[in-house]
Write a protein that binds this ligand. Structure first.
Ligand SMILES: Cc1cc2nc3c(=O)[nH]c(=O)nc-3n(C[C@H](O)[C@H](O)[C@H](O)COP(=O)(O)O)c2cc1C
Length: 147
């Protein structure tokens, strides 16, 4: 399995690190522009918009992707899926602040399939839970990965 993350404020990196330590894989960062918050917020309102990303190519058919919930769109993730989802299984761990997370997760599940993924699934994690009970989050992730 290849493990990727995109983060703006560090939570998705933290989730990727939890997964990495349990599965003994190396997390790879999806790097992109360092825009200030108002610019990302604006772009997050435009569905299907991608941005230029800098990332190591996957070398496995299973990808676990950790990223934040952003309004309607997280452009670096959209770009990643357009580029790499085809023919692969896409598992997504989405970290959110507090609202509209299920619709967004469903949107990305369907989008991954539209991009050619053979399978797509997700787990959503609330930012506060990650901060307050990381052990519970770790357990939840492991149960989701190995039902
Ligand atoms: C541009 C932007 C848009 C966001 N939109 C939402 C939102 O619609 N719903 C929500 O619950 N959280 C929203 N958030 C909060 C993030 O999902 C939350 O802080 C997440 O933990 C950030 O992950 P990160 O630290 O890996 O960047 C938004 C954050 C940003 C920067």
């Amino acid at each position: 399995m290849n493990l990727y993350f995109f983060t703006y404020t560090g939570n998705s990196r933290r989730i990727a690190e939890i997964v990495a330590s349990k599965l003994n894989v190396k997390p790879k960062e999806i790097r992109t522009y360092r825009f200030p918050y108002p610019i990302w917020l604006l772009l997050s309102f435009i569905p299907f918009l991608g941005v230029k990303i800098d990332v190591d190519e996957p070398d496995d058919d299973r990808i676990l992707l950790c990223f934040p919930k952003w309004t309607f769109n997280c452009p670096p993730i959209t770009a990643f899926l357009k580029k790499f989802a085809r023919g692969r299984e896409i598992l997504m761990i989405i970290c959110y602040g507090g609202f509209d997370e299920r619709r967004y997760a469903e949107f990305y599940r369907k989008f991954a399939l539209k991009c050619g993924a053979v399978k797509a699934d997700y787990l959503i994690i609330k930012r506060r839970k990650l901060k307050e009970s990381p052990a519970d989050v770790e357990k939840e992730i492991l149960e989701w990965l190995n039902p």
